[in-house]
Design a protein around this ligand. Structure first.
Ligand SMILES: [Zn+2]
Length: 128
């Protein structure tokens, strides 16, 4: 539980993503025209501008592209970074506190959904 993290803002476009997240499923979007996977999920393909893209389930696994630990926080240190998914897109994540000592560029990690304020789920990453 991460009581100090706010719940996500849910829009009509992002609602399927957060409903899947509540079940522990990670969804990305894939463009049927150019085949590119992208994140954050949006209906307009950012590569070819196709107006309709498909929801696809992802294992949420990839390599750490970069990371940092923010130590001067009134709530204690927290780690941020980017995970490059095996499907290609990069995802901005917070890493679980128990993983901070083992973080390194290139290490494998996986998206997880942990509870935050109000019982909502937010994406974090954990080493695998
Ligand atoms: Zn496309």
């Amino acid at each position: 539980m991460h009581d100090d993290f706010p719940a996500p803002d849910i829009t009509p476009e992002s609602r399927p993503f957060w409903e899947a997240a509540a079940r522990g499923t990670f969804l990305i979007r894939r463009c049927p025209a150019c085949g590119t996977a992208h994140f954050y999920p949006r209906s307009l393909c950012p590569i070819c501008h196709q107006a309709e893209t498909d929801w696809v389930e992802s294992p949420g696994e990839g390599e750490i592209y970069t990371w940092t630990v923010m130590r001067k926080s009134p709530k204690g240190p927290f780690a941020l970074g980017y995970l490059t998914l095996d499907e290609g897109p990069r995802v901005y994540v917070c890493f679980r506190p128990e993983d901070h000592a083992g973080l390194a560029i290139g290490k494998r990690a996986r998206i997880v959904f942990d509870p935050v304020q109000g019982g909502a789920r937010m994406l974090f990453a954990t080493l695998i």
